[in-house]
Write a protein that binds this ligand. Structure first.
Ligand code: ATP
Length: 367
């Protein structure tokens, strides 16, 4: 069993200028055995520190960390049965790939034949057999990344830790490596904890995702749950690209009044939001839930408005459209077949079946 458990983990740093900084504030969660769990959040939110605490490279200020059934607070990194893949790969430049792969095992005094067998197996899994006699400088970024993963695989750890391993690769290679890492997880059946600031990477790789902000866990959920039921404004704005639109509004019965438009709520939403009747709320609608009526079989009788498109960006299959309602700038993502043009008025349908409301004081989602 390779569960990883955080119990009331706090990590404080002493910063010369800012004094005490909370990198992680009271985090408790369990990474399940064989789970692919991703930490995501903006720079400085505490995700790398969390990973380094699992590895034992950083010691928590308080709280307990378990790997499997073992309390590892005082266990040395090399005895934690983990392997970490770093952003810069950390390969030894003067060694061949074969030597790089075998280095950790050699240090553990593993018999030579066993080291060779493990290198061969990892090389086959990662299709790097033909690179074993080269030096790291003779490899491309993607190949180096594979070697860094290979070095973790040969150690056969219970838990793999990845710290932004794809951030030095170009966009195309990142997508390819993402697929490879997903396949590798299935094949290795290992527990993986993966850190990234890229929400697309998090959504595509993670079975569950931990969203962090300013040292605090905002939500732990599957990609679908994060998208459909974000806990608060932060998660709603962080997950999804382009981000969800937010507009100040007031709820009156089945009507949602913004400064410029009045939207009509579907019946189930009226019931759902009843306790906020008459109150100020924040209305959230994702760009993909704003549709061009040009592509609809019939124009709905509610929540259709004329807008002027300030900017239209072509993404190939889709268009990103930017327009104002009152003082608020909104973004829509519509099918390119709508052939919408910049500076032209166009009719849009706001699909309120997919809307969210948030409490402006607590910033929590209303449900
Ligand atoms: P990034 O994506 O930029 O790596 P992160 O989410 O991984 O960010 P951490 O590196 O975990 O964030 O840092 C969390 C907070 O702790 C930040 O405010 C950072 O400045 C602070 N911090 C991290 N390491 C140290 C350190 N050794 N000394 C002082 N403060 C630190």
């Amino acid at each position: 069993m390779a569960e990883v458990k955080f119990l009331n983990i706090v990590k404080q740093f002493e910063d010369e200028n800012k004094g005490k900084v909370f990198a992680v504030k009271d985090a408790s969660f369990t990474v399940k055995d064989k789970e692919f769990l991703v930490f995501v959040g903006p720079s400085g939110c505490g995700k790398t520190t969390s990973l380094r605490m699992v590895a034992g490279l950083e010691r928590q200020t308080s709280g307990d960390i378990y790997i499997g059934d073992r309390l590892v607070n005082k266990v040395h990194p090399k005895d934690r049965d983990i392997a970490m893949v770093f952003q810069d790969y950390a390969l030894y430049p003067h060694m061949t790939i074969r030597e790089n792969l075998g280095f950790g095992l050699k240090n553990l005094k593993t018999p030579k034949a066993e080291i060779e067998a493990k290198i061969k197996e990892a090389a086959s899994i990662l299709s790097i057999e033909n690179l074993l006699d080269r030096k790291p400088r003779e490899l491309s970024g993607g190949q180096r990344q594979r070697i860094a993963v290979g070095r973790a695989i040969v150690r056969n750890p219970s838990v793999f830790l990845f710290d932004e391993p794809l951030s030095n690769l170009d966009a195309k290679l990142r997508v390819q490596m993402r697929v490879e890492l997903s396949e590798l997880h299935k094949r290795l059946e290992a527990t993986i904890i993966y850190v990234t600031h890229d929400q697309v990477e998090a959504m595509t790789l993670g079975q569950r995702i931990v969203v962090m902000n300013a040292g605090e866990i905002q939500q732990i959920a599957t990609p679908e749950e994060l998208y459909e039921k974000p806990n608060n404004l932060f998660v709603a704005g962080f997950i999804g690209s382009p981000p969800m639109n937010f507009v100040k509004a007031r709820l009156e019965g089945n009507q949602l009044h913004t400064a410029s438009y009045t939207f009509t709520l579907p019946d189930d939403k009226v019931k759902m939001y009843k306790k906020y009747d008459g109150q100020e709320v924040i209305f959230g609608i994702r760009p993909e839930d704003i549709l061009s009526t040009k592509l609809m079989p019939s124009v709905p009788d509610k929540n259709v408005y004329q807008v002027n498109l300030k900017v239209v960006e072509h993404l190939g299959a889709e268009l990103l459209i930017y327009f104002d309602i009152g003082d608020d700038q909104l973004t829509g993502r519509v099918n390119a077949d709508a052939k919408l043009k910049q500076l032209e008025p166009t009719e849009l349908y706001f699909n309120l079946n997919k809307m969210q409301l948030f409490d402006p004081k607590t910033q929590e989602r209303i449900y």
